[in-house]
Ligand binder design. Structure first.
Ligand code: ATP
Ligand code: MG
Length: 289
């Protein structure tokens, strides 16, 4: 089972958009059983597939809806409130992924309050209570039997949640806009990747698939920053030869009433679909080769 995470501590660079495109490519065009994980308290990835609800206990945050398998009259469900987020891994409770409108795509949504509280666990306890938990969950026989691939969307942070994603993943991808501030985020992520690589057993390396330029425009700024990254002796080799352009349709399909809801349901000749196929198939071949 491959575990692919999109990471960059800078906000708004396309982690969620790229996670969604990759997960839909793998499930819809490759028929791989795909588990999406939303590890960001903002819960943007969850919102793509589920009707997330406002948390009555913390109105600025979102919680998952009632799970379709929950039956309040079933005695087996008596100690379950009917909601299940990925944050249950920090509370020793079962995680029950939700089916979505896409046949082979399930999601374990976020839970704002519970993810935020994992992010603030005391330093002395963080390794046991947070860092190891996602890897433990993804190594469980049930998850391994149910899924071929896992796609994880992360928060714009280098905190404990992102560290636990680094520890659990087999592959990471660093999306970035070709502008000064987001590019700075790449260095921080490369540092985390190297730290984690050193700590890993040789038999299960954390592979950096590469830096994925996103929202690329044919402007002087974007071209110059991309060229300087490609020419950089330390980083150039990690810059992927494919990229996502700035295309309004990548943002438009996020709307709840978008029709179709997936780029992969557009007509074959659609430029955004062709680009998504090109980028995702390149990444997929690198990972599954
Ligand atoms: N290639 C693209 N073309 C056009 N719009 C895009 C593209 N990629 C992302 N966007 C839009 O840019 C915004 C930020 O993207 P996204 O939410 O994927 O970034 P993020 O890294 O997940 O942000 P955060 O750090 O807040 O989680 C969104 O509104 C998204 O729809
Ligand atoms: Mg996001």
């Amino acid at each position: 089972m491959e575990i692919i995470a999109f990471v960059n501590n800078k906000g708004g660079v396309g982690k969620t958009t790229c996670s969604k495109l990759m997960a839909e490519y793998l499930s819809k065009t490759k028929n791989l059983k795909t588990l999406c994980i939303d590890f960001d308290p903002q819960c943007n990835f969850s919102h793509q597939y589920l009707q997330m609800e406002i948390d009555p206990a913390a109105p600025e945050g979102l919680i998952p809806p009632i799970h379709p398998d929950y039956d309040p009259h079933d005695p087996n469900d008596s100690d379950w409130d009917g909601r299940s987020s990925i944050a249950e891994i920090f509370y020793g409770q079962g995680v029950v992924p939700y089916p979505t409108y896409i046949q082979y795509l399930d999601i374990s949504p976020g839970h704002a309050e519970k993810l935020l509280s994992a992010e603030s666990v005391r330093r002395s306890e963080v390794v046991e209570k947070v860092h190891k938990q996602l890897a433990n969950f993804l190594n469980s026989p049930d998850v391994r039997a149910a899924y071929d691939v896992v796609v994880i969307d992360t928060a714009p942070s280098k905190g404990p949640l992102t560290i636990s994603v680094m520890k659990a993943s087999t592959h990471i991808i660093i999306p970035s806009v070709m502008e000064e501030q987001p590019v700075q985020g790449i260095y921080g992520m490369l540092q985390l990747w190297m730290q984690e690589s050193l700590a890993r057993e040789k038999s299960r390396p954390l592979q950096l698939v590469g830096i994925l330029p996103n929202m690329f425009k044919q402007t002087r700024l974007h071209r110059d920053i991309l060229t300087s990254l490609q020419d950089n002796s330390a980083i150039g080799k990690y810059v992927l030869p494919v990229k996502f352009s700035q295309r309004i349709v990548f943002a438009e399909v996020d709307a709840a009433d978008s029709n179709p809801r997936s780029i992969f349901d557009f007509q074959e000749q659609h430029v955004a679909k062709s680009e998504a196929m090109e980028v995702c198939s390149y990444i997929s071949e690198r990972i599954f080769a």
